[in-house]
Design a protein around this ligand. Structure first.
Ligand code: ASP
Length: 438
């Protein structure tokens, strides 16, 4: 067995956190490849090193740049001294200072937090340091170059037993050799890529929570942790705004059948959440998780005998396509069809779309509404159980919440409910209490 372990910014924010990381890595010989983020927040209003790097690079004056630069250096010096290491990053800082002055690129600047942290962690653990610029290749849109990365990373990982590979960055996949970063939070993606090409058995993603929570803790106090979730369920919840992992971190490991285990650096004894392709583990509840988002608009089109007019739906959707709008859901009745979409995307184009629909299908009426919130109730356990929808609707009815829309995905993995924005939090609490407060 072998594992990739990725540590997020809060797990490496200071010397105390580095010690925890050391113990975690050394307590299990299967933890062979380590992917660090840059040092994150030590306390609530602290600033992440990556944010400081962006700030230094974009400073208005050289004096301001040097001031922020000094703050960054201090973060690393504190860690080195706190660990009592005979190690220096002075030379790297000198190179960086010149590169910053020469404005060699914002991505390069942003990547330095992971680069320096990787070097430091490799020294501390006694592991080889592999610079991500030599093994991970990223295109200009921020997607990793599969074939080039496979070639370089596989070969390199085969030649080492243990290594630290910094997260978040790689090289542009052209001849420039420039540094390119993933989008923010991208160390998760690096961890996943290293897991794939390192051909390991598991990808442990260490953070500051004990797993993926059933529901947003800002809405429900102290919700439980999901023990096991499938990639499909995770996608449904993440799409609805629940976040633990960078969304692009799923794809590389999913296709290899490598499970992801979300773990808590501050409570390594907690089992965390297992994210798997499929499982025979019976979920402890029929519902795996609940997530939702506010801010949707609806376009309801009415036309008598719509159901028998061939091509009606296509012509309506063509209008949305013409205005480059993607829609979320499309509930329909005999003579009505509703398109649900993001209000922010839609608002500036609404009158054009209304005119476009009139031209395309000559409806009897078009009604626009804009205060819809969507809630996804997700669970692989729903397929085999009866009465789930009834329980959701009863819970909402008991709270006097009117349901404006219902949509059950054909995979029977989720039920989507639309309520008015003002009822959003109450609706989530009502559903949570129905299924989890037993
Ligand atoms: N340090 C980067 C960020 O703050 C990447 C990461 O932490 O995954 O976004």
């Amino acid at each position: 067995m072998s594992k990739v372990v990725k540590f997020g910014g809060t797990s490496l924010a200071d010397a105390g956190q580095f010690k925890k990381v050391y113990d975690i890595v050394k307590s299990d010989p299967e933890r062979v490849y380590v992917v660090p983020s840059a040092p994150g927040k030590r306390f609530k209003d602290d600033i992440k090193v990556t944010d400081l790097l962006y700030k230094a690079y974009n400073a208005n004056t050289e004096a301001e740049m040097h001031m922020v630069f000094a703050q960054i250096k201090e973060r690393f010096t504190d860690i080195i001294e706190g660990l009592g290491l005979d190690f220096s990053l002075d030379e790297d800082f000198e190179i960086m200072r010149k590169d910053f002055e020469n404005q060699i690129g914002e991505d390069y600047a942003a990547s330095r937090g992971e680069y320096l942290n990787g070097k430091l962690l490799a020294y501390y653990l006694g592991y080889e340091f592999i610079d991500a610029k030599d093994v991970i290749f990223i295109d200009e849109h921020g997607n990793y170059d599969i074939s080039k990365t496979e070639r370089h990373l596989t070969r390199k990982l085969k030649s080492v037993k243990n290594a630290v590979i910094p997260g978040f960055y790689g090289s542009l996949n052209d001849r420039s050799g420039k540094i390119k970063v993933f989008t923010r939070g991208g160390s998760d993606v690096t961890g996943s890529i290293v897991a794939k090409y390192g051909k390991v058995d598991a990808y442990e993603n260490w953070t500051d929570v004990s797993g993926f929570l059933i529901v947003d803790p800002n809405i429900v106090k102290n919700p439980s942790v999901i023990e096991t979730i499938t990639y499909g369920e995770l996608r449904e919840l993440a799409y609805m705004g629940a976040s633990v992992l960078h969304e692009n971190s799923i794809f590389p490991v999913k296709n290899e059948g490598i499970p992801i285990n979300i773990k808590n650096t501050n409570h390594p004894e907690d089992p965390g959440t297992m994210i798997v392709e499929s499982t025979c583990h019976k979920p402890s509840h029929v519902i795996t998780g609940i997530a939702g988002k506010k801010g949707f608009a609806t376009v309801t089109i009415e036309k008598e005998m719509m159901n028998s007019e061939i091509g009606f739906g296509r012509r309506v959707l063509q209008v949305f396509e013409d205005y480059n709008l993607s829609f979320e859901h499309m509930p329909s009745g005999i003579d009505t069809m509703t398109i649900v979409l993001n209000t922010d995307d839609f608002i500036d184009k609404e009158q054009n779309v209304v005119a476009g629909i009139h031209r395309a299908v000559q409806p009897d009426s078009i009604v626009l509404e804009s205060d819809l919130a969507l809630i996804a109730v997700v669970g692989r356990g729903m397929k085999a159980s009866r009465g789930i929808a009834a329980r959701v609707f009863t819970a909402l009815a008991n709270q006097k919440i009117n349901i404006k829309m219902i949509d059950q995905g054909s995979s029977e993995l989720n039920i989507i409910i639309g309520v008015r924005n003002v009822y959003f939090e109450d609706a989530i609490r009502a559903i949570y209490n129905e299924f989890f407060n037993d």
